[in-house]
Design a protein around this ligand. Structure first.
Ligand code: SF4
Length: 258
């Protein structure tokens, strides 16, 4: 866990689960796996078991210790809704999110069907919490569009898309019921390219649907060089009047309590 994050669309990360299993092309260069596997076998290191799935119950209550409000990316190093995480454990994380209601929690998954089914059933109380934003990852049409369809069917106070790494032109998107769209290119060694026209097509559809659009990065082997300007400006739109602050330099000012 980190009470600060370099990820542009959040303020902090919280990992009560570590490790994951690759599930689609967006996982090919998973940064979490690369990071975790570096420490496999290092005694007493949090990632001594590499990227193997681990529940970390002693981390569950950490957000309650952060007194100032922030946006918290839940499981930046894992996926809360993967099959190996018991429903009871997801509920335990949800209880912390409910209690720490001065934060916004951003739950992002590639396990869209399990998230939809649980939020529509056993965990429906989590879907009603206004401070949890539920999102799915989208990287291409084949895997991403079914996730978007499932997200539209998911009961949630706030729904978002993380379109990263964007690997092809997604075509027409049905953004009904979607409250936020983040787009980014892949970064690091072997990064797959992202074309400007793919990004513009998404931005235009967001504008037509009045959905806030956040452009995270171009990516590439040196992401700091490529930057995050699109057509001469930074796109840092964030949902809700309490969150829709953009400074002149384009950096989000982050969450403010309403
Ligand atoms: S779902 Fe996310 S955390 Fe899991 S392997 Fe894929 S990219 Fe990595």
């Amino acid at each position: 866990m980190s009470d600060r994050s370099a990820i542009e669309w959040t303020d902090a990360t919280w990992n009560p689960v570590r490790g994951c299993v690759k599930i689609s092309p967006g996982c090919k260069h998973c940064y979490a796996e690369t990071f975790a596997e570096r420490f496999r076998g290092v005694p007493n290191h949090p990632y001594q078991h590499g990227f193997d799935l681990q529940l970390v119950p002693h981390k569950l209550r950490d957000p309650l210790r952060w007194r100032s409000s922030r946006k918290i990316f839940v499981n930046s190093m894992s996926d809360l809704f993967q099959e190996g995480v018991p429903v009871e454990y997801i509920a335990a994380a949800g209880e912390v999110m409910a209690e720490a209601n001065w934060h916004v929690f951003q739950v992002l998954t590639k396990r869209h069907e399990r998230m939809r089914d649980l939020l529509g059933g056993a965990l429906s109380w989590m879907a009603e919490l206004p401070n949890i934003w539920f999102g799915v990852s989208v990287e291409n049409r084949e895997y991403g569009l079914p996730r978007l369809a499932a997200l539209r069917e998911t009961p949630a106070a706030m729904r978002f898309l993380s379109i990263e790494p964007l690997l092809e032109n997604l075509g027409a998107l049905n953004l009904t019921g979607v409250d936020w769209v983040i787009v980014g290119g892949e970064s690091g060694p072997g990064a797959r390219p992202m074309r400007p026209e793919w990004v513009r097509a998404i931005r235009e559809q967001c504008a037509e649907a009045s959905v806030p659009f956040f452009f995270k990065q171009w990516g590439g082997v040196q992401k700091s060089v490529a930057g995050r300007h699109l057509d001469g400006r930074v796109w840092d739109q964030i949902p809700g009047s309490a969150f829709a602050s953009e400074r002149a330099d384009g950096r989000s000012t982050g969450i403010r309590r309403s």
